[in-house]
Design a binder for this molecule. Structure first.
Ligand code: RIB
Length: 334
């Protein structure tokens, strides 16, 4: 099998990005590193793929990142991880916010194509596999962040959200809660439907436990506040004894509604609450929030690493990296 850029990097003991610099931007590397990489190229008989290189010629040293909601600290932490990793190899990151809207998402992808981005990272709203294929055919690789690729045709870096949902609800059940409510939406967002699947699986293991699904039209503090206000308006006997919110923004809104003056609901005594992401505000909430932690910055870093590798060697097979979520228990659920 022909040697790849990855093989050269391994033999030279440098990153794929450095090998790419030696070949395309030699002024960026020291003579010692360039000599080591050249020796590895000679040793392996590596021949660069000129067709792919020419396709990519003229691309900028900028990576485009599209996130679902720029107000969500989960995505700003992810963007920060991507930016730090990209900067280490001399790349910049341009951030686009799809705002969970397919048309905005499409506009950013068109822009990134026209701008000949070095590559694209995206947390997609819908199924955009065909659009990403077109980008790749034009020499612009793409890596999905926070989502798996439906048919494994693109690399992705995500978190096991089914396991995360099961972890959150398993914790509430272990604390003796039996009337669980899931608050979040829309279910078109795969992360949300996966978390609900995990929650349902956990509830099904405990006889007598129930799961009420309260759908929201977005994952915001306001959506959480509205759902929480509806719970407060109910007869206490009809309220759940625990809430699993699809992310920490929703959980924060639910918490505000439950503990506001006059609501007369105590967290966690009457209703235990857990969110998802473990953003910084989770620990800073009036009642510190339990959450399911995702390694947001690491997702961004890892995605950039894979993207740079794929930009340097278009023959690399797509990879699916799935991190495991972690339960963080605080006052809101104990
Ligand atoms: O945007 C969807 C959600 O997925 C975010 O809130 C964050 O939890 C991400 O994982």
């Amino acid at each position: 099998m022909a040697a790849s850029v990855k093989d050269v990097a391994a033999v030279a003991g440098v990153s794929v990005g450095t090998v790419s610099n030696v070949m395309n931007r030699p002024e960026k590397v020291s003579l010692a590193v360039a000599t080591r990489v050249q020796a590895a190229i000679d040793q392996l008989g590596f021949v660069r793929n000129d067709a792919a290189r020419q396709l990519r010629a003229g691309r900028s040293s900028t990576i485009g990142l599209v996130v679902l909601d720029v107000r969500n600290p989960f995505f700003t932490d992810l963007a920060r991880g991507a930016e730090d990793r990209a900067a280490a190899d001399g790349f910049s990151v341009i951030l686009g916010n799809s705002d969970e809207k397919a048309d905005r998402e499409a506009t950013y992808l068109d822009l990134f194509e026209v701008q000949r981005m070095h590559g694209v990272l995206i947390s997609p709203f819908g199924d955009i596999t065909d659009r990403l294929r077109k980008l790749r055919d034009r020499g612009i690789p793409a890596v999905l962040v926070d989502r798996t690729s439906a048919d494994d045709s693109f690399s992705s870096v995500s978190v096991d959200d089914i396991a995360g949902g099961a972890l959150a609800v398993g914790h509430l059940l272990a604390k003796g809660r039996r009337r669980i409510a899931f608050i979040g939406g829309p279910l078109e967002i795969k992360q949300v439907s996966d978390r609900l699947t995990g929650a349902s699986t956990a509830v099904a293991t405990v006889p007598g436990a129930t799961l009420e699904v309260i759908l929201t039209d977005g994952l915001s503090v306001i959506a959480g506040r509205e759902a929480g206000a509806e719970l407060v308006s109910r007869d206490p006997a009809r309220r759940p004894d625990a809430v699993f919110a699809a992310n920490d923004l929703v959980a924060t809104g639910v918490l505000q509604a439950l503990i506001m003056q006059g609501a007369d609901v105590r967290v966690p005594e009457h209703i235990a609450l857990i969110g998802y992401d473990d953003i910084d505000f989770a620990s800073a909430a009036v009642v510190p929030l339990s959450s399911v932690r995702q390694p947001s910055a690491l997702i961004g870093q890892t995605a950039v690493e894979i993207l740079l590798e794929e930009a340097a060697d278009a023959s690399l097979a797509p990879r699916q990296i799935v991190f495991q979520p972690e339960l963080v228990v605080r006052e809101s659920s104990v």
